[in-house]
Ligand binder design. Structure first.
Ligand code: NIG
Ligand code: FE
Length: 467
């Protein structure tokens, strides 16, 4: 069965079983409609029409581009706010009384958000969520003092996940990916970036990207795909790194571009993985082929990947634990998003990236989970908020900007998502609490009560069957 057929069969299976169990819980049906899969089944055209009113705080994060430096503190909060979404698109935002005055509510579902804060859906702009091959054993070795890079050098780490991902069927990857997306959605994530990079050969890199393409069609969470063929050197290319880069640039990457399977290209630019020159060579070719660029930069060793991101006009440079002052200044000037991944530093027990300094230098910072089976096996948005605010001197307001409009900018979608502005996609999170300040205050626990995607309620904490 091809991916599409498999995706549709899963939805039909869920549709039938949920429908029999409890029609009101049939949110998965809604999101299938939203993704267009049931277009031919005469769905209700009112879907995607919703009004959320009486919010104690409507945290709009208003803006259409990345917020740099001081402007990351501007959340544009409206007290007693409302947002109107029509056919999936936001059409009005403001004080409840102003927004509702004279508006015809026929055909709109209404959610009363009294006593609740309402925010844009979160954007997790850096993950590796499609894989097989967990590494709990490796995690326990690291707790005993073993080094992440040393484990990788002796054939563990990324390469061990590669072995399992090569063997996994598309169906298995879709099924595990779907569960991970369900979990992300419950944390309020409405758009996620996902990377390949656990194939390191043509067949598996394409398989991972096609799995993400299928998941994007079947799941409420939108997926932005990144080609990361240069994530590690596979065993059969050990010592022949230049040839591996040739293989990627001459064979795999053009195929990915031809099939339109990825929008971004990324590389693990790191000592003993891919050098600065190899990274430049690969990314220049990627740019030529029309990919937008990202770099895993200066994660373990200060190699200069952050400077390279500015030289090449990358959309983002990610990790940055060891980025130099000069690199940060260049990124601020060039408008490269600094994507910080505190869950990874926490899991690897490394010092955090200099969040406060990077913002003070005028950079636009995004925060993301880096969810992957090795360096950070966590898709927890509450964890990211806790680490950013309690350990990196990032304020609550800056952290929210970093996970909304700046996350959107890190996937080049600040014009469409990341804020509650008229004209944008209706992706909304409703908290259980009246203020956005509860997000890090309720430390490590999700405050998300409801998630609306394209104007459709796709997650409700009260409703155990929702996704
Ligand atoms: O972003 N550093 C490289 N890639 C991932 C880790 C992947 C893995 O360990 O499987 C990261 O940390
Ligand atoms: Fe990563």
């Amino acid at each position: 069965m091809c991916c599409d057929e498999f995706a549709i069969s899963l939805i039909i299976r869920d549709f039938l079983s949920i429908r029999h169990a409890e029609p009101k819980a049939n949110l998965y049906y809604n999101l299938a409609i939203f993704k267009g899969i049931f277009c031919s089944l005469h769905y209700d055209p009112m879907n995607g029409n919703i009004i959320i009113n009486n919010a104690s705080q409507l945290v709009t994060c208003s803006g259409f581009r990345a917020k740099q430096g001081k402007s990351m503190s501007d959340l544009h909060v409206i007290d007693h706010g409302a947002v109107v979404i029509e056919k999936g698109i936001i059409t009005a935002v403001g004080k409840t009384e102003d927004v509702l005055a004279g508006s015809d509510k026929t055909g709109f579902e209404t959610i009363d958000a009294t006593g609740k804060a309402v925010l844009p859906g979160f954007v997790d702009s850096h993950t590796h969520f499609v894989f097989d091959g967990y590494r709990a054993e490796e995690f326990s070795w690291r707790l005993c003092g073993e080094d992440y890079m040393k484990i990788m050098e002796r054939g563990g780490g990324i390469v061990s996940t590669v072995g399992a991902t090569r063997k996994a069927s598309r169906e298995e990857l879709i099924e595990s990916g779907r569960k991970r997306l369900d979990s992300m959605l419950s944390f309020g994530v409405t758009t996620v970036e996902g990377k390949s990079g656990y194939g390191l050969d043509e067949e598996t890199e394409i398989k991972q990207l096609e799995v993400m393409e299928a998941l994007d069609r079947m799941h409420a969470v939108d997926i932005v795909r990144t080609f990361l063929g240069a994530h590690a050197v596979p065993t059969d290319f050990k010592g022949r790194e230049e040839q591996y880069i040739d293989y990627m640039t001459d064979i795999v990457m053009p195929l990915v571009a031809r099939k339109k399977l990825a929008e971004f290209c990324d590389i693990f630019c790191e000592k003993d993985v891919f050098s600065l020159e190899q990274s430049r060579r690969l990314l220049l070719k990627a740019k030529e082929l029309g990919f937008k660029l990202k770099i895993h930069a200066d994660e373990i060793f200060p190699l200069g990947g952050a400077e390279l991101s500015a030289d090449l006009g990358a959309v983002s440079a990610d990790h940055l634990l060891h980025a130099s002052d000069n690199a940060i200044a260049k990124m601020a000037k060039g408008g490269v998003i600094a994507t910080l991944l505190p869950g990874t530093a926490f899991s690897l027990r490394e010092p955090y990236a200099r969040g406060r300094y990077i913002i003070d230098q005028g950079c636009a910072v995004a925060l993301a989970t880096d969810f992957n089976p090795g360096s950070c096996f966590s898709e927890s948005i509450p964890l990211i908020f806790a680490l950013a605010t309690l350990s990196m001197e990032i304020t609550i307001e800056e952290a929210i900007t970093a996970l909304t409009i700046n996350g959107a900018a890190a996937v080049d979608r600040a014009d469409r998502i990341g804020s509650l502005d008229a004209g944008k996609i209706g992706d909304v999170v409703i908290l259980e609490f009246p203020s956005y300040k509860f997000i890090p205050y309720h430390v490590g626990v999700s405050c998300v009560e409801k998630v609306i995607k394209n104007g459709i309620l796709v997650y409700d904490k009260q409703n155990k069957n929702s996704r």
